[in-house]
Design a protein around this ligand. Structure first.
Ligand code: C2E
Ligand code: CA
Ligand code: CA
Ligand code: CA
Length: 278
């Protein structure tokens, strides 16, 4: 529930909006937002757990709404999927990420950027070629753009998925398997997809410091990923106790509010400047 105006309370649950018959209005508004380029990226640092160095950032989309201000992705991504607008959003996110990369490169900073890829985007014909073409267009080294995909993306059409992933691998574009552990992740799927990186879902990190059971789950995931040559990232690290456990388990990268929240490009530049180790 968000308050706007004086006594006016508005609900932004997409389900509620749909139920109240605002479907057409929502779709019009989201289409307009794409035309008006109202989407922007926030960046959240990913850090080396041992040195504190910046390893890269995850780009997270926000809707800069003219009246409501900054709107979080859960509020619009499900609707954009339903309306068939998510591919266009994904294209704009790609452009924004490449523009940020280009700006940082111009300032002599090669900061790897990870973007989230929706199933519909991944499923488009020529997906890999499009990514390669845009990287080339911006003159950004392929290794600096990581594609975060989920199992849902992967499992829709395994034969095609394997082909797309091997094309990306060939080109040297890193792929990260996001939200690992939340779906039906199997060892064989991991072996087939062979991502460069595995992101352990926040839900497992949450209980890590208190619950020995959570450790029992996370420890072998890290070990297995390492034995398959993958980098392991923990997302949603909120305190030092969690970071300690993750370090003791050999985790390669940490991301979470404990270090930094997602922030605008401007705030990120300031954040970098304030880091003693950077
Ligand atoms: P995700 O890919 O799992 O992204 C991580 C989410 O966890 C982000 O939420 C981030 O702000 C949040 N987070 C990071 N550290 C912490 C922490 O320490 N504690 C807690 N409680 N949360 C933390 P955000 O930005 O609201 O994004 C939510 C989801 O929306 C993302 O989950 C991703 O699935 C989707 N999304 C975001 N940007 C894009 C995009 O450009 N394209 C697509 N297709 N999906 C996106
Ligand atoms: Ca992600
Ligand atoms: Ca995630
Ligand atoms: Ca998640």
């Amino acid at each position: 529930v968000k308050r706007s105006g004086k006594n006016h309370v508005r609900f932004y649950s997409p389900e509620l909006d749909l139920a109240s018959g605002n479907l057409v209005e929502r779709q019009r508004e989201l289409r307009n937002a794409l035309v008006q380029r109202q989407f922007m990226l926030y960046f959240q640092p990913k850090l080396n757990p041992y040195s504190g160095e910046l390893n890269g950032v995850e780009a997270l989309v926000r809707w800069q709404h003219p009246e409501r201000g900054i709107v979080a992705p859960q509020e619009f991504i499900p609707m954009m999927e339903r309306f068939g607008l998510i591919v266009e959003l994904g294209n704009q996110v790609l452009e924004l990420a490449l523009q940020a990369l280009q700006r940082w490169l111009a300032a002599d900073r090669a900061i790897p950027v990870a973007i989230n890829i929706s199933p519909q985007q991944f499923g488009r014909d020529g997906f890999a070629e499009h990514i390669i073409a845009r990287l080339t267009h911006y003159g950004v080294p392929y290794r600096l753009l990581t594609l975060e995909i989920t199992e849902t993306v992967a499992m829709a059409d395994m034969t095609r998925t394997e082909a797309v992933l091997s094309r990306l691998r060939e080109a040297g574009i890193p792929v990260s398997l996001d939200d690992f552990g939340t779906g039906y992740s199997s060892l064989s799927l991991l072996r087939v997809l062979a991502p460069n990186e595995l992101k352990i879902d926040r839900s497992f990190i949450k209980d890590l410091a208190q619950s020995p059971a959570a450790r029992v789950i996370v420890a072998p995931i890290i070990e297995m990923a390492h034995s398959l040559g993958m980098t392991v990232v923990a997302e949603g690290v909120e305190n030092e106790a969690q970071a300690d456990v993750l370090r003791s388990l050999g985790c390669d990268e940490l991301q979470g509010f404990h270090y930094a929240r997602p922030m605008t490009g401007e705030d990120f530049a300031r954040w970098c400047f304030e880091q003693p180790s950077l």
